[in-house]
Design a protein around this ligand. Structure first.
Ligand code: ASP
Length: 419
């Protein structure tokens, strides 16, 4: 049985168990709740996420240093990747705004009590730029500051490529380490069915049906925009820009999608995305090691979609009409916010405050949608990682860095039996 099926089984079984437990509504002190649901099972999910996170910093550093060392100059590649990330995000928000304006998912004022929500201040552009340069690479790694690690690894790799024999020796050490980390990821991914099971039990127990029904129109608008982006926009862009078969691509990306859905974190999913894009899709290490971590950090199309719909929804709730200028402002700020959104659960909502602030909407409106954000977060994270892989694939194809035979081989890099 392939890993994908085992993950799907883990997911369905976990959700079923979780829903059953919710239906039984055992008190928190009950032995099943205390030791199983919120003990072993919740702990199992957290261990799985920690195992994934454990891999992120060493993997990005080693893999990207290798990639930069063997590619030398990455200027053009970087420009293409960043450009595509921004364009896809802008398309995502535009799609979300259009759909929200058509569907009109607003609530009648007063239907849901106002919950206050504190906005965090957005960092200035200067701070954002200055913060990309690490003062101390070790501190950057300890903090998991992804853009700083990316910059350091690029410079390190470039320097390695410039110093002849000494560089070649170090490069081979990094390449060996990279192979070892790839093996480690494979081992961690093999635990995914169990990790996903635990995470889905937690979801099943805690999912709030009454909130979802109250906000059904909003929920369905976000979900539809996410589905259109994933199943229409990405396939069209992939076909137009690289000529590759989008169905093959989407099929190969199923594992990162499932892990992203269960963990709600494109950061934690990064090792799985990177492995899949290299070993299953056939993108070279040089392109994947740069484009995928960069995408996990700055590319959040799914998040931008939620922000687009949420802005319209909140504006309607407060009876504030959004003019064309404000809509354009939403596209720009949501695209920028997506760059600043950390790849962890729920941050999209924090960044929404910045978007609302820009167009003069009350930030407290976030209180309206906070109750159902968890499930939407899972869905949008799956879209986020699919977009990262899509851009990496398009850039690789345009640079002659895609292994077409790997792309066409349905079994390339597939994990079938546990090793
Ligand atoms: N959970 C999302 C991610 O990690 C970010 C967000 O939208 O909150 O990709």
């Amino acid at each position: 049985m392939t890993l994908t099926y085992r993950i799907v089984i883990g997911m369905v079984a976990g959700l079923a168990v979780g829903l059953l437990l919710q239906w039984l509504s055992l008190p928190k002190e009950h032995v099943v709740s205390e030791f199983l649901t919120f003990g072993l099972i919740e702990g199992g999910g957290e261990i799985f996420i920690s195992l994934l996170r454990m891999m992120v910093v060493p993997l990005v550093l080693v893999s990207l240093t290798c990639g930069a060392a063997s590619l030398g100059a990455t200027g053009r590649l970087g420009g293409k990747a960043i450009g595509l990330y921004l364009v896809t995000t802008a398309i995502a928000v535009t799609l979300a705004l259009s759909l929200a304006l058509i569907v009109d998912p607003g609530l009648d004022a007063g239907e849901i009590p106002d919950i206050s929500y504190e906005a965090r201040e957005a960092p200035s552009t200067k701070d954002t730029l200055v913060n990309i340069v690490p003062k101390n690479p070790i501190a950057a790694m300890a903090d998991g500051a992804m853009l700083q690690i990316i910059l350091f690894a690029l410079l390190l790799g470039f320097s390695i490529s410039q110093v002849g024999e000494a560089g070649a020796r170090i490069q081979s050490v990094f390449e060996d380490l990279n192979a070892i980390f790839m093996k480690l990821i494979t081992l961690v991914i093999e635990l995914a069915p169990y990790g996903v099971f635990c995470l889905m039990v937690k979801l099943g127990v805690t999912v709030g049906w009454s909130e979802i029904t109250k906000l059904l129109a909003y929920f369905l608008t976000v979900a539809s925009a996410l589905a259109i982006h994933m199943l229409v926009v990405y396939p069209t862009l992939l076909k137009l820009l690289s000529g590759l078969n989008p169905i093959t691509y989407l099929k190969k990306m199923r594992e990162p999608m499932l892990v992203a859905f269960s963990t709600s974190s494109s950061g934690a999913t990064l090792p799985v995305t990177l492995r899949t894009v290299e070993n299953r899709v056939g993108v070279s290490n040089s392109v994947a090691s740069f484009a995928v971590p960069l995408g996990a950090t700055i590319n959040m199309d799914g998040t931008a979609i939620m922000q687009g719909v949420a802005t319209v929804f909140i504006a309607q709730y407060y009876g504030i009409a959004l003019g064309p200028e404000q809509l354009l402002m939403v596209v720009l700020t949501a695209t920028m916010a997506s760059i600043g959104t950390a790849a962890v659960p729920g941050v999209g909502l924090v960044m929404l405050a910045m978007v609302l602030d820009q167009v003069g909407l009350p930030v407290a409106g976030i209180g309206l949608i906070i109750g159902i954000d968890r499930l939407l977060d899972m869905m949008r994270t799956a879209v986020n990682v699919t977009g990262d892989g899509m851009v990496a694939t398009v850039v690789a194809a345009s640079e002659g860095e895609l292994d077409q035979s790997k792309f066409d081989d349905p079994n390339a890099g597939r994990i079938i039996e546990p090793s």
